[in-house]
Ligand binder design. Structure first.
Ligand SMILES: [Zn+2]
Ligand SMILES: [Zn+2]
Length: 346
């Protein structure tokens, strides 16, 4: 066991504070990672405040982890000391179900072991990336290509894969029209990735406040959803609507923007049930669906894609003493576009 410094929420809704946690000894197939950067994802806040139901405390959030391998177990074959690596939302799964065998560990039949606010196979609570070091089985670690710096790579481990996976799954590429709803941490990566895939990209945002950013990030068009004319003009336009907003929306209005058999994919997870009329999808065999991160092989594919296209996240780097302030700013949509903690400050 190793004692490492971390930032933890001691109880639901309590401010995060500096503490120490124990990391397990490096096992046969484990790597010890010196964490360099950890992104702040909106879901960290949902969980630290029990917005998604009962949670375990103390909680060390963080599932956008970038660092360097500092020790490997004797059975490790994929990584060596000094390798630049990442860890995302999960650190283990059953490895035997159909989904695990297909590389879809995020949909493991037994449920994956989440990076924090979960229980590991050793029966101990898992603690996330707001800490100095983490021990992870090599099969749940991905390689960060040399072309990506670690600070802008960290958010790719959740925001990047969460948007890449559904865009890929629904065939986004040249000739396709994609709408990205919301230009936040997820949305800004959705724009970059859909553009790099060759699609025509429209941002749908409440106002035109971030229009210049959206166009700079790769959007072809930028429309305000507060203007009813937007929905009139864009009716039946898109192959894919990628909704990154976790607040409830008027789903019927957004579904009307899809072409026949187009898909609206929801990657934000509202804290309350949503209600829609099936008539919104009935007429045109439209698809209303959702998507949760991506598997380990696809996460590696996404990182390689991002390196090839020079895509990192747009970040605001902060010291750990500003985590609580950052949470408030995320809730107020006041970040362009991802806070990343410099874990040397923990
Ligand atoms: Zn996340
Ligand atoms: Zn499984």
């Amino acid at each position: 066991m190793t004692t490492v410094a971390a930032y933890a929420a001691p109880a639901a809704k309590a401010p995060l504070e500096r503490t120490t946690i124990e990391r397990r000894a490096v096992g046969e197939f484990d790597v010890l990672i010196d964490i360099k950067f950890a992104g702040i994802c909106h879901s960290d806040i949902h969980q630290a405040r029990e917005g998604w139901g009962k949670a375990t405390f103390p909680m060390v959030p963080g599932h956008e982890i970038a660092g360097v391998v500092s020790e490997v177990g004797p059975g490790v074959t994929k990584y060596a000391v000094g390798d630049r690596v990442g860890v995302g939302c999960m650190v283990d799964s059953c490895r035997e179900c159909d989904n695990c065998r297909a590389g879809l560990q995020q949909y493991c039949a037994e449920g994956p072991v989440w990076t924090y606010n979960a229980v590991g196979k050793d029966g101990e609570p898992t603690y996330g990336g707001y800490s100095e070091k983490i021990v992870v089985d090599e099969n749940y670690v991905v390689r960060i290509p040399d072309g990506l710096s670690l600070d802008v790579a960290a958010p790719l481990l959740c925001a990047g894969i969460t948007t890449y996976s559904p865009l890929k799954h629904f065939g986004v590429g040249p000739g396709k029209k994609v709408a990205v709803v919301g230009l936040g941490g997820l949305g800004h990566m959705g724009v970059k990735i859909a553009h790099a895939m060759g699609a025509e990209v429209t941002v749908l945002s409440q106002s035109l406040r971030k229009k210049d950013d959206g166009l700079r990030l790769g959007a072809d068009h930028y429309r305000a959803t507060s203007d009813p004319q937007t929905f009139e003009d864009l009716r039946g336009t898109f192959d894919v609507v990628l909704n990154t907003v976790s607040a409830p929306l008027d789903f019927a209005a957004y579904l009307s923007l899809l072409r026949t058999e187009g898909a609206m994919v929801n990657v934000g997870l509202p804290e309350e049930p949503v209600r829609i009329e099936l008539s919104a999808i009935f007429g045109n065999r439209r698809v209303l669906t959702s998507s949760n991160i991506g598997g380990i092989p696809e996460t590696q594919e996404m990182l390689d894609f991002c390196a090839e296209h020079g895509l990192g996240a747009e970040i605001e780097l902060i010291g750990a003493d500003r985590i609580n302030e950052a949470y408030e700013r995320v809730l107020n949509s006041d970040v362009r576009y991802r806070f990343v903690i410099d874990t040397a400050t923990i």
